[in-house]
Design a protein around this ligand. Structure first.
Ligand code: FDM
Length: 234
């Protein structure tokens, strides 16, 4: 069973409010693991490079308007396309095809199974937290995420919306406003469970980095020992 292969990588997700330090901590973690000789990649959602990602980017920059449900589904589609099947297996479901074909394997899954650890800056939790902060039903928000790979570790960089705002640097994007971030913080609170690793994001950069490394190395070890991959929502 490949899923319990002893060498699989870990799916690590970083979540938190804007300005919590997620992106710079992802970068530091990536550099550290890479230097230690681990096979590692740094991903982020939304991935603005795809066609769907460009629609999301334009929405976030207030250059286009979309219904709240529609943009929610685009964010989700953006994750599905990265879980997407590798093109070399694209004949798998073709009715005319003959002969044996391997079952479809996702890009994300394939990377993990081949031993690469993925550090992902935002994932389904951002999707649910931001959309439900607009008033959409939380169960409705979770539904399109069902079947995506479940992270092996969710790290929440915890900072109050007020403190985050004090850090400055809110850009001009749609959600970068204190009042909205307060609602997002509330949504994250209702999503959090005991499996999340919560790190106080107001500690020094070095302390956050250290705590993050410890949690991630621990999780990587568990995956290495054969923890199977699972799917959202557990
Ligand atoms: N965001 C991000 C969502 O609303 N839903 C999602 O599924 C994801 C992944 O997009 F305000 C929001 C969160 C943030 C914005 O994210 C862009 P970055 O990390 O600033 O690029």
């Amino acid at each position: 069973n490949k899923e319990s292969s002893s060498s699989r990588g870990a799916l690590i997700v970083l979540e938190g409010l804007d300005r919590c330090g997620k992106t710079s901590q992802s970068g530091k973690l990536y550099k550290y693991l890479d230097e230690q000789g681990h096979s590692v990649e740094s991903w982020r959602f939304p991935d603005r490079n795809t066609g769907v990602g460009q629609m999301i980017s334009s929405y976030l920059a207030n250059k286009s308007q979309l219904d709240d449900h529609a943009i929610h589904l685009l964010f989700s589609a953006n994750r599905w396309e990265k879980r997407d099947y590798l093109s070399e297996f694209s004949t798998w479901s073709c009715p005319q095809s003959t002969g044996a074909h391997p079952p479809p394997t996702s890009l994300m899954e394939e990377k993990l199974k081949s031993g690469t650890t993925l550090i992902v800056d935002r994932y389904s939790y951002s999707g649910v937290a931001f959309s439900s902060a607009k008033g959409l039903d939380i169960e409705w928000c979770k539904a399109p995420e069902i079947g995506l790979l479940a992270p092996d570790l969710v790290v929440y960089l915890d900072i109050s919306p007020e403190k985050a705002a004090e850090r400055g640097g809110y850009g001009d994007e749609r959600y970068e406003q204190l009042e909205f971030q307060k609602k997002v913080a509330g949504s994250y609170l209702s999503l959090r469970d005991s499996s999340w690793k919560v790190i106080d994001a107001t500690l020094s950069i070095e302390d956050v980095e250290k705590k993050l490394r410890e949690a991630v190395l621990d999780c990587m070890m568990t995956c290495h020992k054969g923890k199977p991959l699972s799917q959202l929502w557990p």
